[in-house]
Design a protein around this ligand. Structure first.
Ligand SMILES: *Cc1c(COP(=O)(O)O)cnc(C)c1O
Length: 470
């Protein structure tokens, strides 16, 4: 039973309408609220069971426009500043459509789509100064890239053991670090959470003390994790020093570049990432600062052969040949957990090819300028307090009114204000805690964000203060 339409002309009309609706959405996005709570009636629509008979495409399209699109997170909107979310682009959207139409499976086999993925990997290898012999694949994001990197790092050990190994990461490191180790069956007690300094970077002196202590206990300093842009404050660890220490003690250096690695595209920011070229592995995202539609991340591994040996499978049905469809080895499935894999690379390829390095770098630099501008304005407002040094594109602040209350009272107040700000539809920052203090956190990641959106955020903060501070 074929699932293609009987009437292609009808489908074409419907498809063009869908495309136009999405162009309209993106073109006019500023006129809409950043986010709005979905009504219970809409939520109830999505609890219905599966129906026996199909529905016309026009009806599903209508449901999408009326009940799904208006109630998404809103990260395409320039006022979205919560967590670390990319904005996407119309170019990425079109590439995603082309990839879906082709329906390529990039696990392996003799096809050009794999060359597209290898080309993207090669661009990143060059960007981050990794050697030709390094390897990489596209992943769903940094979380899965980290699992691949750590699994390869474990494969590199002479005698694979989860005992007597130590992992060092800053207390500001992302949760995906400990989660990856947990998924690999390793005990959380092997992680040494190294305190951070006043700039929220890993304190390298404390790191050294921990390593020396572990070595005295016959514990192997296995893995050092540096963060290129921490999720809380955007702090950049001193990657050069971490690389030096890792080399001295024979540890594997992994860099979490989910948030900040692509700052490398900006000539003025790139020096901040110095040392990244010495890493044994790098995990990063295209779907954040790279503005590629979700989801797209990458893992790069310095020792490409070790990476392949770690994941390659010798199953008979995956046998390679010199010619035909089973040629063109090695395949992406030799470098990660997934056998069947989508053509994630196409939207990355379109994004980088279309905008080019320079424009993407300028866009990233602009985010940092906006963050600095926001920080300056906060410092000029008596009722607000800047809570962390602005390193890249993340600004943490809180409302303190006349400054006479306890941290606990401020925590409650700022949490209430945050809900108010998000519900206003003007801006959508998120909340985090720094040293136990609740802070409003604006991560300027979206390429559509401009000075006027910073103004709207501050206006929403003032309104929330009026509503909540009584
Ligand atoms: C987002 C983020 C991650 C996780 O990446 P995913 O792509 O969401 O899996 C890891 N580390 C940092 C610093 C991040 O900002």
């Amino acid at each position: 039973m074929m699932l293609d339409p009987n009437d292609w002309s009808n489908l074409r009309k419907q498809g063009h309408q869908m495309l136009d609706d999405m162009f309209d959405y993106l073109q006019n996005i500023r006129e809409k609220p950043v986010w709005q709570q979905a009504p219970a009636s809409v939520q109830a629509e999505f609890t219905e069971g599966l129906s026996q008979q199909g529905k016309p495409l026009s009806q599903l399209h209508e449901t999408f426009m009326q009940q799904i699109l208006p109630y998404s997170v809103g990260n395409a909107h320039p006022g979205f500043m919560g967590w670390v979310h990319g904005g996407g682009t119309p170019v990425g959207m079109l590439a995603e459509m082309l990839a879906a139409g082709l329906n390529a499976n990039l696990g392996g086999r003799n096809q050009i789509p794999i060359d597209v993925e290898w080309q993207v990997v090669g661009w990143m290898r060059d960007l981050f100064g990794f050697p030709q012999s390094s390897s990489g694949i596209l992943t769903t994001g940094t979380s899965s890239a980290t699992i691949i990197a750590f699994t390869t790092a474990r494969h590199a050990l002479q005698k694979p053991a989860s005992k007597n190994l130590a992992v060092y990461a800053s207390c500001e490191a992302h949760g995906c670090i400990t989660r990856a180790l947990k998924i690999m069956g390793m005990h959380a007690s092997i992680v040494r959470k190294i305190p951070s300094n006043a700039q929220h970077q890993m304190d390298v002196d404390v790191l050294l003390t921990h390593i020396q202590h572990d070595q005295q206990q016959a514990t192997i300093p296995w893995l050092i994790v540096g963060t290129a842009g921490s999720v809380n404050t955007g702090a950049m660890d001193d990657l050069s020093t971490l690389a030096k220490i890792a080399k001295e003690v024979g540890a594997w250096l992994h860099i979490d570049g989910a948030l900040g690695a692509l700052a490398m595209l900006s000539p003025s920011l790139a020096p901040r990432l110095q040392g990244i070229e010495h890493a044994n592995s790098l995990a990063m995202d295209f779907h954040k600062w790279g503005q590629v539609p979700y989801d797209a991340g990458l893992v790069l591994i310095r020792d490409g052969e070790l990476h392949r040996q770690c994941f390659a499978a010798g199953d008979a049905y995956l046998q390679r040949e010199a010619e035909g469809l089973a040629a063109h080895s090695p395949w992406p499935c030799d470098y990660g957990m997934d056998l069947s894999r989508g053509f994630r690379a196409l939207k990355v390829w379109f994004t980088f090819k279309h905008f080019g390095k320079q424009r993407l770098g300028e866009m990233i630099e602009h985010s940092c300028h906006l963050a600095q501008s926001l920080a300056k304005q906060i410092q000029n407002i008596d009722t607000l307090e800047l809570m962390a040094v602005v390193s890249l594109n993340v600004v943490c602040f809180r409302y303190i009114g006349n400054g006479s209350r306890s941290d606990e009272a401020y925590n409650t107040l700022n949490r209430a204000m945050l809900c108010h700000i998000q519900a206003s539809g003007l801006a959508a920052p998120s909340l985090t805690y720094l040293d136990g203090r609740a802070v409003i956190r604006a991560a300027i990641v979206n390429h559509r964000s401009q000075e006027e959106d910073i103004g709207k955020l501050l206006a929403a903060v003032q309104k929330a203060a009026q509503a909540c501070d009584n």
